[in-house]
Design a protein around this ligand. Structure first.
Ligand SMILES: NC(=O)c1ccc[n+]([C@@H]2O[C@H](COP(=O)([O-])OP(=O)(O)OC[C@H]3O[C@@H](n4cnc5c(N)ncnc54)[C@H](OP(=O)(O)O)[C@@H]3O)[C@@H](O)[C@H]2O)c1
Length: 273
């Protein structure tokens, strides 16, 4: 008979708390106690803030970026936290996705966050406005915002099935929702809106397939977040990354199968698909 304490579901769901629970029970936390999250597009913006906050919670973080050599801020975070590992991943490059999936074959991932995305230059609306649409951009938007996340989700699905958390999410936008009139009926933003609506369709579809495996697939809407590229520009309703990402993490912590295939805003409100 051993006196090894049982790690409860709450311990595993809340990640870093398991380490504290193990410590207070008089034993060291093992690798199995630590939750693992994989985040795409984690070198800046919302993805980088997800890395910082999950690392601070004691999670192991697989922080992916298409250019590790240029990811200075992310490297700084990894240099002070051994549980943050940086991996190269371009979500539009099937070979890049397959290569990373092969490297992680058989390794559990508790949570996959499809965050990487492109919005276009908000100072120059012309390429995404009807009448001046730049059709050379449409493939980039579709591949980065919709088809890439679907490929990543499929490639790492077995890892998530092996994890305790069994959660997959994708960062969408109010601009992708029919029910929210694509961000409140503001015209333009064609490629962004079409690609995010496609992302929603893809993830809702995956959520139906994943239910049988106990994997919760959902979409998160971060609000309008002051990421680096926005700088000091003023926009209505703009919030700081800290607020948006801590809100989304709280939402993720509380996900149940009832949330499969829905869009949840950073403040916990549901957003129509
Ligand atoms: N900020 C907001 O207000 C807001 C609102 C609604 C939704 N969102 C969504 O939130 C997500 C993150 O946005 P953000 O504001 O943090 O944008 P961001 O600051 O522009 O960051 C985008 C991230 O995606 C990465 N990325 C772009 N193309 C990629 C590719 N092919 N493969 C891998 N990574 C790629 C970028 O990497 P590089 O540095 O290499 O380009 C960067 O790390 C996006 O899906 C966006 O649509 C943001």
């Amino acid at each position: 008979m051993t006196d090894t304490p049982t790690i409860t579901r709450r311990d595993t769901v809340v990640g870093g708390i398991a380490i504290a629970a193990a410590a207070s029970a008089g034993r060291s936390a093992t690798a199995a106690d630590v939750m693992t999250v994989m985040i795409t597009g984690s070198n800046r913006g919302i993805g980088l803030e997800f890395v910082k906050q999950y690392a601070a919670k004691g999670w192991a973080v697989i922080a992916t970026t298409r250019s590790p050599d240029k990811a200075d801020e992310l490297k700084k975070v990894a240099s002070t936290n051994k549980k943050v590992v940086i991996e190269q991943l371009d979500v539009t490059d099937n070979a890049s996705v397959d290569a990373l999936a092969a490297k992680y074959k058989g390794k559990p991932i508790d949570l996959l966050i499809n965050n990487a995305g492109i919005t276009g230059d908000f100072r120059n609306p012309k390429p995404q406005s009807f009448g001046t649409l730049d059709h050379t951009q449409r493939d980039d938007f579709m591949h980065t915002n919709a088809l890439g996340p679907l490929k990543v989700t499929e490639a790492f699905y077995e890892n998530v099935k092996l994890g305790k958390g069994k959660k997959i999410t994708a960062v969408t936008s109010l601009a992708g929702s029919f029910g929210a009139k694509f961000g409140g009926g503001i015209p333009g933003g064609y490629w962004y809106k079409i690609s995010k609506a496609s992302l929603n369709a893809a993830m809702v579809n995956v959520s139906m397939d994943a239910k049988k495996d106990g994997v919760i697939v959902t979409l998160l809407s971060p609000g309008t977040v002051r990421v680096e590229k926005i700088g000091n520009v003023q926009m209505p309703g703009l919030i700081e990354p800290l607020e948006s990402i801590s809100g989304m993490i709280k939402v993720i912590d509380g996900l149940t199968m009832d949330d499969a295939g829905v869009i949840i805003r950073y403040n916990g409100e549901r957003q129509p698909v």
